[in-house]
Design a protein around this ligand. Structure first.
Ligand code: NAG
Ligand code: NAG
Ligand code: NAG
Ligand code: NAG
Ligand code: NAG
Ligand code: NAG
Ligand code: NAG
Ligand code: NAG
Ligand code: NAG
Ligand code: NAG
Ligand code: NAG
Ligand code: NAG
Length: 842
């Protein structure tokens, strides 16, 4: 009875659609069979006519009728919804036989699991065999849903449903296509629609070059489309690719570091490089690309990398689409292509290969994966052999096809059964948990993971995500999405912290009138600094107390957040080596911060570029120690640790006694929360000081500050700008240049000439070693600020001992060296360390 009612409703829906859709049917250029399963009439969607599988004269024969189910509650997340409102269910073998299909075809199966009174399509499990080729095995849609489809689902916020399209490439050399649907065990299966679209022979070549040499004959091999991406552009819907009806997804979710590549677009006049290429991809794909992010002078020591989850033990065809959109001559952009860490091509110049600018071109590569590898990496990066041109790369589109193996395309190993799901590490498997109603087990697992991570992050603040157990990240991701129970635990904690922080601001609130009086209405002659945030004035507040008054530039977009950050940060931080906030003023759209006045200005101004007398080695060491102490406090003092993010000599200020203090917390971020080992964030900071690892991976840890601090150390020793474009190319970047000398153990060669003969050579050696360690490529191998501080104090002691010896004109004796070295061991916490300890308790 219910079923009949359902059917009646369904017919009404179909009739409404037929009446309301007045789109004329576009005659597709390619031959196609569009089958609406569970229907005996036809329906127009996406401008094409889909014929019911039970409609008369449709060239489709069913071996049995199964059951028809339908829904009326599908909530519009796809143009295909009218198609998806019906499905055919089978509980035993069901064959679809389609006549007149000889040729090359894309065969697409559409699955949209909805709930019906009798069946929850989520719970189906079945296999599909097409002309003897096993394409799906123990297939369950929720299990199969990958991250992109997750997004798909999320994109329609109201939608209670989602869908999945599986696409196969088949060369059919007989006149009929028999699609067998086989339920697994006592389970059942379903199908919403079958789409069969022909393509021209040229779409796939006879043979493809293998990564690492050799060729592979592709003739007659069936394939499954695993990924199809419009790189650097937006999603291309199937109706925007009107010959072959392919969907091109966005690529950013597959990029390991999305900011490594920035979008490039040129819609003018793109043509195909070859007349046979017109169906390779729509021109829309070639109009957008990703090129390596232009990071000015920082050496492009990174790749643009895309990562794909694939099934192990299969062969893959990787198709890369290129179109040079910017340069109109050869030798401007030359790069290397890596597939799974092996070079697939070098000296790759799109302009040369495509035969010009704005020419759509593609290149195929073939790679076999062993049974252990379940990811496919595609990387484009610098080709240093190509000189300056070899520092940029470009990619417009990307497709990954899985090749059949022994008559099989199905991935059984991905999930044997729900029982074994816990042993799998992929994000997908999570859905088993949710789907099968063991969400409570999942919650428990998240609790355990959180607890484990909590303990670990307590022990070691910054380890790498790589060390996390497999599956940890997605687990957390989804866990956070659950939000109600465990996910909320972490965030509620932080929110509370923020809340209390904001309410306990200690600074004084100034009126604008007071500020105007202090700065003589922002008299230009009182300006002592200009930064991204705005201008800094010297002013007199209260009774003659000097202050630095920072006034936000009204045009500064980030101003407000940075302003708030800085107030919040400084309000909860009190330390001898942090510039302290006296107060702030928020009036009439003004954002003004009032700090203690630092009489001697920036450390940089005492190193170079001004007429100030050069600092002695001892003063430089003391300044570095002061700054290190401030940073050490930032990293360890507050309850979560704070990453400064913009450590540089202009943010180290000196007071009247040359005591160094860290300033400018506008970019600061709270350190990793207990459940993260890093903070993911867009790259900010200053060129020349920027941690390359941070740039590559956008993972911010305290070690990014350590890197920048290492650059500060070199700057103190060499007294030159961290980036000086007027120097020869190999000297532009101080970090790279100084590291080359340091690695040859000859830092003294490039030391500030003012220091010559006035410093203890051992102290410089040791100093160089510290700086070198700070600049380690891998954040994990860099020391903590505490260790840096410790070693710098030792350096200072070495130097002071040397100074004492020189002042008393005594000759250098080995005895004293021993004594000096003993200091490292004997080092007692200084009074300042005790102060830090006190601050820690605050
Ligand atoms: C289509 O199917 C419905 C119910 O399944 C049936 O009532 C109707 O007669 C069928 N129409 C045709 C033309 O076969
Ligand atoms: C069925 O096949 C015949 C002959 O190939 C063709 O003319 C007809 O259009 C096909 N019908 C459908 C619905 O595709
Ligand atoms: C389905 O097709 C296959 C292959 O043609 C055949 O072996 C099998 O018997 C068919 N099953 C049914 C139920 O018709
Ligand atoms: C099917 O599974 C998906 C993903 O687990 C879920 O969002 C959806 O609510 C489920 N639908 C039904 C009817 O169980
Ligand atoms: C979601 O629902 C709201 C009202 O319930 C509606 O205004 C909105 O358009 C819907 N969004 C989508 C994507 O369906
Ligand atoms: C590939 O193999 C087929 C036979 O399987 C053969 O006819 C064809 O010539 C081969 N193509 C190439 C490029 O070797
Ligand atoms: C577009 O291409 C044609 C032929 O290559 C050329 O004649 C024309 O100048 C181009 N237009 C632009 C705007 O580049
Ligand atoms: C296009 O394809 C045809 C047939 O496969 C071939 O003869 C011709 O050389 C191709 N043209 C180009 C420019 O590759
Ligand atoms: C886009 O391509 C045209 C040539 O077709 C070129 O003249 C123009 O400079 C390009 N635009 C950009 C932004 O590169
Ligand atoms: C490629 O290298 C990355 C890290 O460098 C590693 O995580 C990945 O597993 C490697 N892939 C393969 C297939 O070896
Ligand atoms: C780019 O990736 C390849 C393969 O993983 C690696 O060998 C190479 O060192 C990387 N290049 C850079 C600059 O990171
Ligand atoms: C679970 O996996 C193990 C091997 O990892 C296998 O021996 C066992 O049969 C599987 N269990 C089920 C229920 O599939």
């Amino acid at each position: 009875m219910r079923k009949v009612l359902g059917k009646g409703l369904f017919i009404v829906v179909i009739l409404v659609i037929i009446v309301s859709v007045t789109v004329s049917i576009v005659e597709a250029q390619s031959k196609s069979f569009l089958i609406d399963c569970g229907s005996n009439s036809s329906v127009n969607v996406d401008g094409r006519k889909w014929v019911g599988d039970m409609a008369p004269n449709n060239n489709v024969t069913l071996s049995s009728s199964g059951f028809v189910v339908s829904t009326s509650t599908l909530s519009g997340n796809s143009i295909y919804d009218p198609l998806y409102k019906t499905a055919r269910i089978f509980t035993s073998y069901l064959n679809y036989t389609i006549k007149g299909v000889k040729g090359n075809y894309f065969v697409r199966f559409h699955f949209c699991p909805f709930v019906n009174e009798d069946y929850n399509l989520n719970k189906s499990s079945f296999g599909v065999v097409a002309n003897g080729m096993k394409v799906l095995s123990e297939f369950n849609v929720p299990l199969e849903i990958s991250d992109e489809n997750m997004e798909l689902q999320k994109s329609g916020k109201n939608s209670s449903s989602f869908f999945l399209v599986k696409e196969y490439v088949m060369a059919i050399n007989v006149d009929t296509l028999v699609i067998e649907f086989v339920p697994s065990g006592s389970s059942f299966g379903f199908i919403n629609a079958i789409e069969i679209v022909s393509f021209v022979d040229e779409l796939f070549p006879g043979s493809v070059g293998k990564v690492g040499g050799g060729n592979l004959n592709l003739t007659g091999r069936s394939m499954e489309t695993m990924y199809r991406l419009n790189v650097g552009g937006s999603k291309i819907q199937s109706n925007q690719d009107p010959d072959l009806w392919r969907t091109w997804e966005v690529d950013s979710s597959h990029m390991i570091t999305a900011n490594a590549g920035s979008g490039v677009k040129n819609t003018s006049n793109i043509t195909y490089a070859s007349v046979n290429d017109t169906s390779m991809a729509p021109l829309l794909v070639y109009e957008t690309a990703r090129a390596m992010t232009n990071n000015e002078v920082l050496e492009k020591r990174f790749n643009m990398s895309w990562k794909f989850e694939v099934d192990p033990d299969f062969d893959y065809l990787v198709r890369l689409h290129f179109c040079e959109l910017v340069y109109d001559k050869a030798n401007e952009r030359i790069f290397r292509i890596y597939i799974n860490n092996r070079t697939a091509a070098d000296n790759f110049d799109v302009y040369v290969r495509a035969g010009g600018m704005n020419k759509a071109y593609h290149q195929d590569y073939f790679d076999s994966l062993s049974s252990k590898i379940d990811t496919l990496w595609v990387q484009l990066g610098p080709d240093t052999a190509a000189g300056a041109a070899g520092t940029d790369a470009l990619l417009n589109g990307l497709e990954v096809f899985k090749l059949s193996k022994n008559g099989n395309l199905a991935s059984v190993q991905r999930y044997d059964s729900a029982d074994n799901a816990t042993s799998k590490s992929k994000g997908k498997v999570l859905w088993v948990g949710i789907g099968a109603g063991v969400a409570s087990a999942l919650v428990l697992a998240i609790v355990i993971v959180l607890v484990l991570c909590f303990c670990r992050s307590r022990r070691k603040a910054s380890t790498d995500t790589k060390n996390n157990p497999p599956g940890w990240r997605p687990l957390f991701l989804y866990g956070a999405a659950l939000n109600s129970t465990v996910g909320a635990k972490g965030s509620a904690g932080t929110q509370k912290a923020y809340g209390s922080m904001a309410s306990t601001r200690v600074g004084k609130k100034f009126t604008l009138a007071e500020i105007n009086a202090a700065t003589k209405n922002f008299d230009e002659s009182l300006i002592i600094g200009v930064g991204g945030f705005g201008k800094v004035y010297k002013g007199e507040i209260d009774d003659g107390v000097l202050a630095a008054i920072k006034r936000a530039n009204p045009q500064s977009e980030q101003g407000l957040t940075e302003f708030e950050t800085e107030i919040d940060m400084l309000s909860k931080l009190r330390h001898r080596h942090l510039v302290s906030l006296i107060g702030f003023c928020e009036e009439k759209n003004e954002m003004i911060l009032v700090y203690e006045y630092m009489a001697n200005g920036t450390l940089r101004s005492h190193l170079f570029g001004s007429d100030l007398p050069p600092l002695s080695w001892k003063q430089r060491l003391e300044a570095c120690i002061g700054a290190a102490r401030g940073l050490h406090y930032l990293h360890t003092g507050a309850d979560r640790g704070i990453i400064h993010r913009d450590v540089k000599t202009t943010n180290i200020l000196l007071d009247e006694n040359f005591v160094a203090k860290m300033a400018d917390f506008g970019l600061s971020k709270d350190g990793p929360a207990l459940d993260h080992t890093h903070v993911s964030t867009a790259v900010k900071g200053s060129f020349g000081y920027l941690d390359p690892e941070y740039f590559r991976r956008q993972q911010l840890t305290e070690k990014s500050d350590v890197y920048s601090f290492g650059v500060v150390l070199f700057e103190c020793a060499c007294a030159r700008a961290v980036i000086n474009p007027t120097l020869p190319r190999d000297q532009i970047n101080l970090a790279e240049w100084a590291m080359r000398w340091q690695k040859q153990k000859s830092l003294e060669t490039i030391i500030d000439p003012h220091l010559r003969g006035t410093y203890c050579p051992e102290s410089l050696t040791k100093f160089g070693e510290i700086a070198e360690k700070c600049l380690a490529d891998d954040g994990k191998s860099r020391p903590t600020m505490g260790e840096v501080l410790w070693h710098l104090e030792y350096v200072l002691q070495l130097h002071e001992a040397w100074l004492n010896m020189h002042n008393s004109e005594t000759s250098f004796s080995s005895n004293q060296v021993l004594k000096v070295e003993g200091l490292e061991v004997l080092h007692e916490p200084s009074s300042e360390d005790e102060e830090d300890a006190l601050n820690l308790k605050e």
